[in-house]
Design a protein around this ligand. Structure first.
Ligand SMILES: Nc1ncnc2c1ncn2[C@@H]1O[C@H](COP(=O)(O)OP(=O)(O)OP(=O)(O)O)[C@@H](O)[C@H]1O
Ligand SMILES: [Mg+2]
Length: 260
């Protein structure tokens, strides 16, 4: 399923005493079906707002958001969003958390159990089905969150800084797993990150946003072959060039805002 944003602007009306915020300013972009797009940009530049627009939680003040060329009028089972802080239900087990979206789809219990087991296996959590979120590590919580997002078989998976809270080793491992899962499922993935290496390692394209008000500053095609080996992050000249380019650009963005 493809996504198209046409000249999207978003204004949040301030509460009494504070003025309105222009969170997105004339943003246009196209995401192809099956593409992996990473969005990067300084804090507060409107990344989450952009993702929520695709999810159907936030509506453009101006412009249009389309999925498969049809206007996005609200959330739908075709688009799933993974929140930054896992968003797991603490009173449900790993199994029940992953099953949650399938119940909403009214899938029979036996079929649900098969689907849940398939995804538990895919994210490497076999044996942990009956644990509660409080009884597993942050990395495992993120795996549950990935399985829960994929189980209802959405076309588009939207991820808001999914690995931000993890240590760097767990982060590297989960990046490799998310790539493997994307290659296997061929769904459309849109992932927000603050991490340049993560954006380059994962993405077909990296969309870099400017500091508030959020505009698209540059869209960079990541011309590294796939499948990408973990070592590409440290041993590839082209990777280093792309990193340097994005790093310069984001730095100039932060400096520009700081001097305003
Ligand atoms: N519901 C809201 N009401 C009012 N203002 C909002 C709302 N949501 C976001 N904003 C404002 O819009 C701007 C963009 O916010 P957004 O959360 O999209 O940024 P972000 O790029 O995701 O930031 P971060 O990297 O810190 O997560 C910010 O100035 C924020 O304060
Ligand atoms: Mg955000």
């Amino acid at each position: 399923m493809s996504v198209r944003l046409c000249n999207v602007s978003k204004v949040f009306e301030g509460r009494t005493g504070s003025g309105p915020t222009l969170a997105l300013d004339n943003v246009s972009c196209e995401i192809e079906a099956g593409e992996f797009v990473c969005i990067i940009g300084p804090s507060g530049c409107g990344k989450t707002t952009l993702l929520h627009t695709i999810a159907g939680f936030s509506f453009p003040s101006q412009g249009m958001a389309l999925s498969d060329e049809k206007p996005i009028t609200g959330p739908g089972p075709d688009r799933i969003i993974m929140f930054q802080e896992y968003g797991l239900f603490p009173w449900l087990t790993v199994f029940q958390n992953i099953e949650f979206g399938l119940r909403a789809k009214k899938m029979p219990a036996a079929e649900r159990a098969d689907v849940v087991r398939y995804y538990i296996d895919m994210v490497g959590l076999t044996g942990f089905e009956n644990r509660f979120p409080a009884e597993i590590s942050g990395g495992m919580k993120q795996r549950v969150s990935i399985a829960r997002a994929l189980a209802p078989d959405p076309d588009i998976v939207l991820m808001d800084e999914p690995f931000a809270a993890l240590d760097s080793l767990t982060r590297d491992i989960l990046q490799e797993e998310i790539l493997r899962i994307w290659e296997k499922t061929k769904k459309t993935f849109v992932l927000i990150t603050h991490n340049i290496d993560e954006a380059i390692f994962l993405g077909d394209r990296v969309v870099a946003m400017s500091a508030r008000p959020g505009r698209i500053k540059e869209t960079l095609r990541v011309d590294l072959p796939r499948p990408r080996e973990p070592a590409v992050r440290s041993h590839n000249m082209r990777f280093a060039e792309l990193r340097e380019h994005l790093s310069q650009m984001l730095r100039s963005e932060v400096v520009r805002t700081a001097s305003r």
